[in-house]
Design a protein around this ligand. Structure first.
Ligand code: NAD
Length: 399
């Protein structure tokens, strides 16, 4: 099969196995170019490990510290007739590269919100990972969640929690600046979004792992959040997703107290940079902000992708002596994005950006290139006219 991108709004319905493998290899090479971590984690569970921040959070401990990793995700395998999802091919490539270097890697494809997947992960930790893990990364981004105890399905929404809100946005199909009006969420929609993207499932995970006695002394856990500048607050920080992230912070405080008391462990929320991922492409306003932000950060030599962000999270924050937490106790690797000079420049451009000047003041090419790369397209050295095998499998998930 010869695979080309098929873009439908903010999703690409095809993905390229060789391109995804090249994208993963680029990230592995980046991590290998950095000094090896002497005090990094040894046995790591990454929940949401197949794309974006979670994939980077698997690559960094594996190739930066030689850690064993168990990765969990919800992805579609390819078949003879159809390509699988990018996260499937990313994981196939990650596992092959890890195994080639003698680094243990296993994966589970299923619903991380379910009790079954939690039990399967515990079994793998007991049987294959020294019986204990010392790091849990929680990096899920999902539009829905089935409550494992009641079976009820909750859907998240991207709405404001105040009134209607109108702002500029990017029509990524046409490459045009548009206006979007985002409605206010009902109380039920806010609660449902918190149920899906809040901290409850993170707590369920850590509690299940603690009850099964598979957490090592000094275990750490981290979940990811975003804050960003005021211009995105109505849709993000003060919106339904922001409510969910506040709930993640509450869960973090509970988990931190529990882990400190029982195992001398720690829980963190890390506030990360706005980046093009499958999850962020779906948020109105944010892709336009990202296009302008990329231009500014690239011009000042400050641009980072997921792998640079997470490499810094591990080496300068999680496993560093001086953690530099903010006033609310959060790790901030959005520090460069939030620098005054960057934000002043972005705000200035935001006020005047229009269809006419968009190409000059924003990095839409960078945005599009990154978006295609998420699905394995547009990567140097990959032959996109060659036949590929869409049924490429994840080694640890082979029947
Ligand atoms: P992503 O879409 O790239 O990754 C989501 C991951 O979750 C994938 O591995 C996917 O397979 C997995 N997943 C989704 N539903 C699942 C389920 N039911 N069971 C098992 N796995 C499931 O998203 P991302 O942007 O990397 O986001 C990860 C985290 O980082 C989120 O908490 C997000 O809010 C946060 N974050 C993202 C940004 C950004 O700009 N992208 C910035 C700061 C923080």
């Amino acid at each position: 099969m010869i695979v080309k991108p098929k873009i439908r709004g903010f999703i690409c319905t095809t993905s390229h196995p060789d391109g995804c493998a090249a994208h993963v290899q680029e990230q592995i090479d980046y991590v290998k170019s950095k000094p090896k971590s002497e005090n990094g984690p040894k046995n790591v569970l990454v929940i949401g490990s197949s794309t974006g921040y979670g994939l980077a959070s698997r690559i960094v401990p594996a190739f930066g510290a030689g850690a064993n990793t168990l990765g969990l995700f919800f992805e579609k395998p390819g078949s003879e007739k159809r390509t699988g999802s990018a996260g499937w091919y990313n994981t196939a490539a990650f596992e092959k590269a890890a195994t080639a270097e003698g680094i243990f890697a296993k994966s589970l494809n299923g619903d991380a919100f379910s009790n079954e997947l939690k039990q399967q992960a515990i079994d793998i930790i007991k049987n294959d990972m020294d019986g204990k893990i010392d790091l849990i990364v929680y990096s899920l981004a999902s539009p829905r969640r089935t409550d494992p105890n009641t079976g009820e399905v909750y859907k998240s929404v991207l709405k404001t929690t105040g009134g209607e809100y109108t702002n500029k946005t990017l029509n990524t199909d046409k490459g045009e600046v548009d206006e979007v009006t985002i409605g206010a969420a009902t109380a039920e929609e806010i609660d449902n979004t918190v149920k899906v993207m809040g901290g409850e499932d993170w707590e369920f995970w850590v509690n299940a792992l603690a009850d099964a006695n598979v957490l090592a002394e000094g275990v750490k856990t981290v979940a990811y959040s975003y804050i960003g500048p005021e211009l995105t607050w109505p849709i993000y920080t003060d919106g339904t997703i922001g409510r969910a992230k506040k709930d993640v912070e509450k869960s973090c405080a509970k988990l931190d107290a529990k882990l400190k008391a029982s195992l001398g462990g720690e829980a963190f929320v890390s506030v990360n940079k706005a980046l093009v991922t499958q999850a962020s492409s779906a948020i109105p306003v944010v892709p336009l902000y990202i296009s302008i932000l990329y231009k500014e950060m690239k011009a000042k030599g400050l641009h980072e992708g997921c792998i640079e962000q997470i490499e810094r999270l591990f080496s300068d924050r999680l496993y560093a002596a001086d953690r530099k937490l903010d006033e609310a106790g959060r790790i901030r690797i959005d520090d460069l994005e939030m620098r005054d000079d960057i934000q002043a420049a972005v705000a200035n451009i935001w006020s005047s950006v229009s269809n006419e000047n968009f190409a000059d003041v924003a990095d839409f090419k960078g945005y599009k290139d990154e978006f295609l790369k998420l699905f394995g397209f547009g990567i140097d050295g990959v032959d996109y006219d060659a036949e590929i095998d869409p049924a490429t499998g994840v080694p640890s998930l082979a029947e």
